[in-house]
Design a protein around this ligand. Structure first.
Ligand SMILES: Cc1cc2nc3c(=O)[nH]c(=O)nc-3n(C[C@H](O)[C@H](O)[C@H](O)COP(=O)(O)OP(=O)(O)OC[C@H]3O[C@@H](n4cnc5c(N)ncnc54)[C@H](O)[C@@H]3O)c2cc1C
Ligand SMILES: *[C@@H]1O[C@H](CO)[C@@H](O)[C@H](O)[C@H]1NC(C)=O
Ligand SMILES: *[C@@H]1O[C@H](CO)[C@@H](O)[C@H](O)[C@H]1NC(C)=O
Ligand SMILES: *[C@@H]1O[C@H](CO)[C@@H](O)[C@H](O)[C@H]1NC(C)=O
Length: 433
């Protein structure tokens, strides 16, 4: 089976890993010249950890943990309060030990596949055009001018995939705006920085955040909820515009935000990475057409508000590769695409639900609202530091007893003897017995 993958983010390389294991030949094209350094902490939740265990990459992922001690709020005088320390083994504390920088996770998957004899990465390359997608094959023209034929094409080039537009009619793709924007970049660390995720709720629906990384630098973030429709359009226009326009908008809107906003604004111009993201979900009526299938954010971006983008990409890659591994050579890949969607769509739909009041709650507009959050967070923080209460609450609120949030199907191509040697599952078993 010859597979072409578009996009070497999280979904693409994890799919390549499983497909190569199942004996396929995989070519991945990536638009960027090298792996992108952008992005901040991503969480790996529930079953996605089991998938990484099956790949034998748990130690690699833990090695690249973000070293964050936990989360705390900052008051208007710049003093920290309401700490939420990392809980060992917890899946849903605000910071978990399975938290890793997006770029490091992409590199873990890339490193684990790049030397495989049947996997090829072409950086600085895109698919210019899908020439045909028919009964026998899918034919493409690459940006290099080469014309090539594959058995199937996987679109994992992210939320704003241009190829998706080429391959699916507009009515098949719904973009759901979540009325919030996030901007991320990296800044030099100074002596007064610490190893916590520090969150400051500026008024006017703005949040300023600083968190450590394992490289001795600090990851800065602004988030913003627009105040009205015209304001929202202004931000959406900036999102589609260049970095200069985005910087100007941030300067206009965060200069008076307080705490370390000025330091952050001053550091944007020289930041090596800068990523401006409207919180928008992708929902497709169907994830595949003929021999072309969508995976990860391309098919079902949930937004960072859910903390599930990475886990959906990883679980999805496992199911798609698993279903493809079950085909015999005469079968059309659409059979596997249908099965992938049937098995995985209910989980995706569940995880795309965001409590509609949550973003607004953490972006206070007025001083009274901020006081309410602070009081609530302080109380919660005290509870969270009472271990037995937390464990009980975690079980009730987050259903944490359920280590596997998505029931992973077993595939003969991937599943010999992995479970038996899994220390975490065993630990979990003894704990619940
Ligand atoms: C630069 C960046 C920073 C991010 N930062 C965060 C973050 O801080 N927090 C968070 O929760 N989520 C972040 N995300 C989103 C997160 O990576 C995804 O939600 C999730 O991991 C699913 O990944 P994915 O592989 O489906 O898509 P992505 O991670 O978006 O990967 C898509 C890949 O496709 C490449 N690509 C795009 N267009 C083409 C093309 N035409 N041809 C070939 N390749 C193409 C991109 O360069 C990228 O490498 C970020 C995504 C990106 C791209
Ligand atoms: C997390 O990273 C730090 C340093 O980067 C390392 O010392 C530590 O062992 C890592 N934690 C785990 C659980 O591997
Ligand atoms: C990937 O490999 C490169 C080169 O060997 C190495 O420098 C880098 O640290 C590795 N990254 C991860 C996340 O494994
Ligand atoms: C590479 O693919 C070929 C089939 O195309 C297969 O015979 C071979 O075993 C694969 N190599 C590895 C290391 O999986």
């Amino acid at each position: 089976m010859r597979v072409l993958i578009s996009g070497a983010g999280i979904a693409g390389p994890s799919l390549a890993w499983f497909l190569a294991k199942a004996g396929a030949r995989v070519t991945t094209v990536e638009k960027a010249q090298t792996l992108l350094p952008h992005g901040q902490n991503v969480d790996i939740q529930g079953s996605a950890r089991t998938v990484i265990r099956k790949m034998g990459l748990v130690d690699e992922v833990l090695k690249f943990n973000t070293t964050e001690k936990g989360t705390q709020l900052i008051d208007p005088k710049g003093r920290p309060f309401a700490p939420f320390p990392v809980r060992q083994g917890a899946s849903r504390s605000f910071t978990s030990e399975f938290e890793i920088l997006r770029a490091d996770l992409a590199a873990v998957f890339y490193n684990a596949t790049k030397d495989h004899p049947n996997v090829t990465y072409l950086f600085g390359t895109t698919i210019k055009e899908v020439i045909s997608n028919d009964e026998d094959s899918v034919k493409v023209e690459l940006s290099t001018g080469e014309i090539q034929t594959y058995d199937l094409l996987v679109l994992s080039d992210g939320q704003w995939s241009k190829l998706r537009k080429q391959c699916f009619p507009p009515e098949a793709v719904k973009v759901v705006d979540k009325d919030m924007f996030a901007v991320y970049w990296t800044i030099p660390r100074i002596p007064s920085d610490n190893d916590w995720w520090n969150l400051y709720a500026a008024l006017g629906r703005r949040v300023v955040s600083l968190r450590p990384d394992p490289y001795g630098t600090i990851r800065a973030m602004f988030t913003r909820m627009p105040l009205n429709e015209a304001h929202r359009q202004e931000w959406l226009t900036a999102a589609r515009s260049d970095r200069k326009t985005q910087e100007t908008l941030l300067r206009k809107e965060f200069t008076d935000a307080g705490w370390q906003s000025q330091r952050l604004l001053d550091s944007i111009a020289t930041a090596p990475d800068f990523y401006f993201q409207p919180m928008q979900q992708i929902k497709m009526t169907k994830w595949s057409t003929g021999r072309i299938v969508c995976l990860g954010d391309t098919a079902y971006a949930p937004t960072p508000l859910t903390g599930m983008g990475t886990s959906l990409a990883i679980n999805g890659a496992y199911v798609l590769a698993g279903e493809l591994s079950k085909l015999d050579s005469s079968e059309h890949p659409s059979k596997a695409f249908e099965a992938y969607e049937t098995i995985f769509r209910p989980f995706v739909e569940e995880k795309q639900q965001i409590p509609s009041l949550l973003p607004g709650f953490v972006h206070p507009d007025t001083a009274r609202h901020r006081w309410l959050i602070s009081t609530f967070a302080s109380a919660l923080s005290k509870i969270v530091r009472t271990p037995w209460l937390v464990d009980t609450l975690a079980r009730i609120v987050f259903d944490e007893s359920e280590e596997e949030d998505f029931p992973l199907p077993k595939y003969p191509a991937f599943d010999e003897g992995v479970e038996a040697s899994d220390p975490n599952t065993q630990q979990k078993k003894t704990a619940t017995d």
